[in-house]
Ligand binder design. Structure first.
Ligand SMILES: [Zn+2]
Length: 268
């Protein structure tokens, strides 16, 4: 099973994905309402973040075209009848946007719904980790990010999987150091505990290899299930490093169940 954050849905993903020999693919399209101020330094001017922020200086996510998305899925199913192609959404900060998020979920059929935190408040705007790290002490950013994860899982009940809890580590570049998880153990454990107690699965997102310590803490804090997400955004990245992610999950006490489309569950 592949869970890919598609960005768009088309046959190119599935053609590219043929090599990974999965039983199927799941496209989790973004659904975002937070208007945030991007850090445009070094960004291609044609990158969606740059084009969506051109008018206001803040990223204004375009309205989600649920009918268009579901039609694209149907076209892919027609073209690749031997694959099981499932639907999904990645909800950005759904606890801040309960009403519009609920309207989209009620209007369509989505097989898997992820929840994620991309931004934090910053003055009169919102910023993602690159902009936050440029303005605030990195320890403060990571701690606040993990506290917001606790609020996310407490205040929203519309998603089943917490996506990329290690999102700030993608951008932790202060002194070119890697994120020293030990400094944030309590904050990580609190966020993981809240997620486990809410009955959700934890996504192992393979944009970066997840630090195995996080998975160990997830297991120790009572986490029951994991899922895998390549957050692909391009066809070539579909299912990236899933073999290593699966080996890590196995080593930390999680097993594939009888249904290849389902989460991996706790073995012990
Ligand atoms: Zn995300």
């Amino acid at each position: 099973m592949v869970v890919g954050c598609a960005g768009r849905v088309d046959g190119a993903y599935l053609s590219a994905g043929r090599g990974h020999r999965s039983a199927g693919d799941r496209f989790t399209e973004h659904l975002d309402y937070t208007r945030w101020t991007p850090d445009l330094a070094g960004l291609d001017p044609y990158h969606p973040v740059a084009t969506f922020s051109a008018a206001e200086g803040r990223v204004v996510p375009p309205p989600f075209d649920a009918a268009g998305y579901l039609e694209a899925i149907e076209r892919c199913r027609d073209r690749f009848p031997d694959l099981r192609i499932l639907t999904g959404l990645e909800l950005g900060e759904p606890h801040w946007h309960a009403e519009p998020t609920r309207r989209v979920l009620d209007a369509g059929s989505f097989d898997r719904v992820l929840g994620s935190q991309h931004c934090l408040p910053d003055g009169d705007t919102f910023r993602e980790p690159p902009g936050l790290f440029a303005r605030r002490p990195p320890e403060e950013v990571v701690t606040e990010y993990l506290s917001e994860i606790e609020r996310l899982v407490h205040e929203s009940d519309v998603f089943a999987v917490l996506a990329h809890i290690d999102y700030p580590s993608r951008y932790w570049s202060a002194s070119a150091a890697t994120l020293d998880l030990a400094r944030f153990e309590e904050a990580f454990r609190a966020a993981l505990r809240a997620t486990a107690q809410s009955g959700r699965a934890l996504e192992i997102n393979t944009v970066l290899p997840m630090d195995a310590t996080i998975l160990r803490w997830w297991h120790e804090e009572g986490g029951d299930a994991v899922s895998f997400g390549s957050d692909a955004h391009t066809p070539a990245a579909l299912a990236r490093d899933f073999r290593a992610a699966a080996a890590m999950a196995t080593a930390h006490g999680f097993r594939a169940g009888p249904d290849p489309y389902d989460f991996w569950s706790r073995a012990s």
